[in-house]
Ligand binder design. Structure first.
Ligand code: JFZ
Length: 390
């Protein structure tokens, strides 16, 4: 499929649609410019290679799943190579699972021995190495942190199938979650974003404290809405709820996985997407999206004003699977040519178009640039751009 970006300048005033509470702030500029990031799901679950939910799906006892740590030795891990792949793909930031629901910390933490430095033969801290490699290349580094669900530490949230999981939620929060979050916010330089997930009931899961801790220790870090709301809830938020989120220190909305909102949004939001159908490495999953499909999704997300966070699931050896790397490279080649129509753009004011999608940039001089992404050339060769008065 042929994709072209045409450039069209018009002196129209504001072409933005209705303004909703924007969740905007001084912090947002870099995020809005960046548009495209790499999501990384990596942990002990890369060893069984059946996805990051394997422990829960198979109700594996805490002790036996935990033994995977003794095998975790990704000697081929090279932070600079991962950053090179992200950068060549045109990605401007990455978000990595510092701790997923299995409770295993992918960083050196004093709050729990269940971490990559103390419990594995590998003994290195991948987050330290990534933070250095990202800094050297000008890539933002954000952390996914499962603040509520934790299947390993007593009192952690989520389903329970083992006595070892029983305990007080607040005990888990105070001993593990807040301590580890503090370490992530103080030990790795500037943090691009905090990506909370599966928040649990707000009355007992202390969302304001989580957001507040980020705000106080890393004033520039972007906080996602999953500190309070699951992805599905995002569609139903009214102005009041959005105002409360902003008040809490939340900077952007995370839609449900792989979901792209039906209409343009002039506020900060992000869609996370899998390259195949899995987040954590899954050896059986060969359902890779084509580069063309991925570019189409990136354009669709940009045309509705969002960021696209595209996931890779590295192997237990520390390698980003080849089919993933190949597709990312191709997306990067497209962005080399068409990046101007993606980075720093906002949602299209043109509504749905017969032939493709549109992104927009408002210039300092009051002029507006519309980028037309032509996905299907009209048969008569005439490209109709509706709704322009100038
Ligand atoms: C969560 C995690 O459980 C999953 O393992 C992965 O990390 C993913 C990115 O996030 O899964 C979700 C969370 C929210 C929804 C669906 C799956 N949702 O709101 O539809």
């Amino acid at each position: 499929m042929l994709r072209l970006s045409l450039l069209l300048c018009c002196a129209a005033g504001s072409l933005r649609g209705e303004q909703t509470p924007p969740l905007d702030s001084s912090r947002s500029a870099v995020f809005r410019e960046a548009k495209f990031g790499m999501f990384i799901h990596w942990g002990l679950y890369a060893i069984p290679a059946r996805g990051e939910w394997v422990m829960a799906f198979e109700k594996q006892p805490v002790a036996s799943y935990g033994k995977l740590a003794e095998q975790f030795n990704p000697v081929q891990f090279d932070a600079r190579e991962w950053v090179r792949i992200a950068k060549a793909a045109g990605m401007r930031y990455m978000v990595i699972t510092a701790k997923h629901h299995d409770g295993f910390a992918l960083f050196g933490t004093r709050a729990s021995a269940y971490n990559v430095v103390d419990a594995t033969p590998f003994g290195r801290d991948p987050l330290t190495e990534l933070s250095r490699a990202c800094e050297a290349e000008g890539i933002g580094l954000g952390f996914y942190y499962s603040q509520f669900q934790d299947w390993h530490h007593p009192g952690g949230g989520g389903a329970k199938w083992d006595r070892a999981q029983h305990g007080k939620l607040d005990g888990y929060f105070d001993k593990i979650a807040f301590s580890q979050l503090r370490e992530l916010l103080t030990g790795y330089g500037p943090v691009f974003s905090l990506w909370f997930d599966t928040p649990g009931p707000p009355e007992v899961t202390r969302p304001a404290e989580f957001a507040g801790l980020v705000r106080s220790l890393q004033p520039q870090a972007m906080v996602n809405s999953r500190v309070l709301y699951s992805g599905r809830a995002i569609n139903e938020l009214d102005g009041k709820a959005l105002g409360e989120l902003a008040q809490m220190g939340v900077d952007y909305l995370t839609y449900a996985d792989r979901q792209i909102p039906a209409r343009p949004q002039w506020r900060n939001w992000e869609t996370c997407m899998t390259l195949n159908e899995s987040w954590g490495y899954n050896a059986q999953d060969k359902h890779w999206k084509s580069a063309g499909e991925l570019i189409g999704q990136l354009v669709k997300v940009a045309s509705r004003g969002g960021n696209f966070l595209l996931n890779v699931g590295p192997t237990a050896e520390g390698i980003i699977p080849q089919p993933a790397a190949e597709r990312l490279e191709e997306v990067g080649r497209w962005l080399q040519v068409n990046g101007e129509a993606i980075y720093g753009t906002e949602a299209s004011p043109l509504g749905s178009l017969q032939w493709g999608r549109c992104t927009m940039k408002a210039g300092a001089d009051g002029a507006t640039t519309l980028y037309l992404h032509v996905l299907d050339w009209p048969g008569d060769g005439k490209l109709a751009v509706p709704g322009l008065r100038s």
